[in-house]
Every structure is written in structure tokens, then in C-alpha cells.
Design a protein. Structure first.
Length: 294
């Protein structure tokens, strides 16, 4: 196993890496700066697409990207960065969209997080699903939604409320987008942190960023902790497999979250690339506006 830095890129709040097999590049966001970046596999920066509001997460889409911006879902032109609204959410200054991932059938899911300081009464965050241009809420009662990912067959949805610390597993119907009852997969707090971003490898194991513990952990579908990898910089935020054979694990990190996570480490906010893991990822799904509803 080898841990290296990917390019010289540095983010304030690095999130949502996703490998684009069509363009042969890694996309990721600097969330609070409202920037979407792309770099070639050698780390060379290829694009920076500014947005006029925070970017919670991105996913692949035909012709570009789908993005969960603070207030709703948008299509992003992969060349110009132009944003066009797909579905806006009810206005609420105490919430913004955060982590997100495409499912295996062409939908995009993203969950909200509470924005402290925006008001004295914080609304409950929701997990949202964008399906054929329409947004519907799937789960409520959340505070900080993270770790959204899907099993290889698309039949299980994983996600977490980071402040609760537990990764949940729900049966997921790829045909209808409906979810089943909650099953608790693992409580990450004994490992020193609640979960942040997550991804799934080809064997169905979850790779999870433990943001406060400065490590990545690998968790089996039955909840067994398989592996723990310490990182050379603090605050890992989100992992994604990419590169040749989808054998590199890219991990974005945080330099300043705008709240309580802030580091003066000289490499804070850089992207880590881990090779030699003996694991391979899955190409992420692509959001489709014309996804056919059942």
C-alpha cells in the first residue's frame, strides 16, 4: 500500500470525489468556496467550475454533472460550469444539501445538513431523492447527512447521520426508488469519529472517512470492521475509487469547514491517493433526467 498526494490541489472543504470514466478524470468540490474541480489521472488540473452558492455534492450525468447545491438540484455543464435548476427544495435558511450519490438506476440522492448560526430554531434535515426531475424526501429527523452509497447490485442504500455516528442500511428498490426499514450496520464512534463520506468497492465493502479520527476504515456488508488506515493529514472527508482499473482510492480532506473543523497542517485540504489496497471500485451511476418512473 502507498499513500501519496494527488496533485497540488488544496481545498477549504474538499468533498464528493467521483471518477468520470468517459472523461478519464476525477471530479470533486470545494464545498463552501462553491467550486467544482476536475483533474486528469496524473493530477493535472483540467477544469474549475465556479458556482454562486455552496456545493454539497456532485454526480455524473450525461453531458456533465448533477449537483446538490445549497438549495436544490442542478444540472452542471461539464465544459462551461453553467448551472440550470432541476428541482429546488423548500426555502429554509437553517438547511443546505450536503453529501450525495447516484443510485444504480439513474436517480441522485442527497441529504441535508443543519446550518448553525442561520437561526435559533434548526429544522430537521431530510434525505432527498431526485428522480426524473422531481425531488421527494425519503427520511427525516436528521442533522448531518453523510456516507450515502449503494451496494454493487443497487439493492441496499447506506447512509448516516454523522452526529448520531451510526451507518444505516436500508433495502432499496432500484425499480421504484422506494426504501425499506432501517438496519444499523455499524456504530463508528468507538473508532473515534462519526462517519463522513463513504463509497463501496466491487466486493460490496464500504470504505468510510472517519473525519475526526484521521483514518479510513473498510467495513464488510455485515458490519464487521475489516481494515483501518491512518492518513498523513487531518480531517478526511470523502473517499472514491478511480484511476486505471478503479484501483486508486482518492480521499478529499478539510482545511476549514466553516464550523469547528480547522487545521493549520501544511497539507490540510489536499487530496490523498491510496494505491495497493487490493480492492477495486465500481463506476458510479449517472443521473438521467429521462429516467422512466414505474
Amino acid at each position: 500500500m502507498e499513500i501519496a498526494f494527488f496533485g497540488k490541489h488544496r481545498c477549504r472543504l474538499g468533498e464528493s470525489p467521483v471518477w468520470d470514466d468517459a472523461r478519464h478524470c476525477l471530479w470533486w468540490v470545494d464545498s463552501l468556496a462553491g467550486l467544482i474541480h476536475a483533474a486528469s489521472g496524473d493530477g493535472t488540473l483540467r477544469a474549475t467550475l465556479p458556482q454562486d452558492r455552496p456545493v454539497g455534492s456532485i454526480g455524473l450525468a450525461d453531458g456533465g454533472l448533477v449537483a446538490a447545491l445549497a438549495d436544490g438540484f442542478y444540472r452542471i455543464d461539464g465544459d462551461t460550469g453553467g448551472a440550470s435548476a432541476i428541482a429546488l427544495l423548500p426555502e429554509d435558511a437553517t438547511l443546505r444539501l450536503n453529501d450525495g450519490k447516484a443510485d444504480r438506476a439513474g436517480r441522485f440522492l442527497s441529504g441535508q445538513m443543519q446550518v448553525h448560526g442561520a437561526g435559533t430554531e434548526l429544522s430537521d434535515a431530510l434525505l432527498w431523492q431526485l428522480d426524473a426531475g422531481r425531488a421527494r424526501d425519503l427520511v427525516g429527523g436528521l442533522k448531518l447527512t453523510n456516507a450515502i452509497c449503494f451496494s454493487p447490485d443497487g439493492g441496499t442504500l447506506y447512509f448516516a447521520d454523522s452526529l448520531e455516528g451510526v451507518i444505516r442500511a436500508h433495502p432499496y428498490d432500484s425499480a421504484t426508488g422506494a426504501i425499506g426499514p432501517r438496519r444499523d450496520l455499524i456504530d463508528c464512534r468507538p473508532c473515534g469519529s462519526g462517519p463522513d463520506g463513504a463509497t463501496v468497492d466491487a466486493d460490496g465493502n464500504l470504505w468510510v472517512a472517519l473525519v475526526l479520527a484521521q483514518r479510513i476504515v473498510c467495513i464488510a456488508p455485515d458490519g464487521m470492521l475489516l481494515r483501518s488506515i491512518d492518513l498523513p493529514i487531518p480531517y478526511p472527508a470523502c473517499p472514491a475509487f478511480g484511476g486505471p482499473g478503479l484501483a486508486t482510492l482518492y480521499v478529499t480532506t478539510i482545511a476549514d469547514s466553516g464550523q469547528r473543523l480547522k487545521s493549520d497542517h501544511p497539507n490540510a485540504g489536499r487530496i490523498v491517493a491510496i494505491t495497493g489496497l487490493g480492492a477495486r471500485g465500481l463506476q458510479e451511476g449517472r443521473y438521467q433526467d429521462n429516467h422512466i418512473r414505474e
